[in-house]
Design a binder for this molecule. Structure first.
Ligand SMILES: C[C@@H](O)[C@H](N)C(=O)O
Ligand SMILES: C[C@@H](O)[C@H](N)C(=O)O
Lengths: 161, 161
């Protein structure tokens, strides 16, 4: 399958929230996202990676406008959980490359990461699917990052979000 | 936008690898995936969540057949990094619900997580996009999980992977 990177999208309407040190046992993710769904908070992406010592962190991005409601829910959620903490960051951008057959190509991801590295950008979070590779980065660097990524993938016009 | 969960896919051809405690600074993700790309290892999903004390973990899934080459690369990669470790798990399945407009609905994710909770399944990793919500779970529970998820979303036949 030929990989075709069609373009780059930038979403600067998001805030990232992480709930640190939740028990890594059934029902935790359900309870959290059920609470958020009840308040009609639309979740952009959810990222949960590997746990440690039966604990894990759950991170997600939501529209900036929903930050204060979401924080209230999260703080309520962690009340009964010892050592758990809620952290968030509004100064982020989700930068993505979009295309077809992303996961069947060997070097699409590494090329995108190279563009960010060469712009001296730290990748805060990574989430991928067949059609898209997304990185959460600090918002102040996004324009250089887009330029560099364009160059690497030899793209024409930017794909509108 | 009406959410339409079209079906469930199961991918039991994967192994998950996590590189723990890498420096959370530019270039790390690029170097790792560049090494893997050079050995033509196709990456299924990459998941990196929130870091701690300037360290982070990078997790990814690859075809089981590539496990031994990938482990060699990862062990080489962490050699110069104090405290870093490589862990992997072959007994996993990626279970996904696929549809349209997933992120614009409030309760698709929580409904999926509920089905897993009610089947007493621990969610090891989570990765989402507009069209798909994927959970990495232990392989031995996958059939019950599929059944329960079918019931919750009132789906007909399973979508073939
Ligand atoms: C951490 C959280 O995802 C937990 N493992 C659960 O299944 O709900
Ligand atoms: C951890 C790793 O992703 C690092 N932050 C990087 O940018 O390469």
């Amino acid at each position: 399958e030929k990989v075709l990177v069609r373009g780059i999208t930038k979403d600067n309407t998001l805030v990232k929230i992480s709930i640190l040190n939740v028990p890594d046992k059934p029902g935790i993710a359900y309870n959290l996202f059920d609470q958020l769904a009840k308040k009609k908070i639309s979740i952009d992406i959810i990222i949960q990676a590997v746990g440690r010592h039966n604990n894990n962190d759950i991170s997600f991005t939501i529209p900036k406008k929903d930050l204060s409601i979401a924080l209230t829910i999260c703080k309520e959620f962690i009340k009964p959980i010892k050592k758990s903490k809620v952290v968030y960051d509004e100064n982020i951008v989700k930068l993505s490359i979009v295309g077809i057959g992303m996961s069947s190509s060997y070097d699409v991801a590494s090329t995108f990461f190279k563009a960010l590295y060469e712009t001296d950008i730290n990748i805060q979070m990574i989430s991928t699917s067949e059609l898209k590779i997304s990185c959460i980065i600090e918002d102040k660097f996004v324009d250089e990052a887009i330029q560099k990524t364009h160059d690497y993938f030899q793209l024409g016009e930017k794909v509108q979000k």
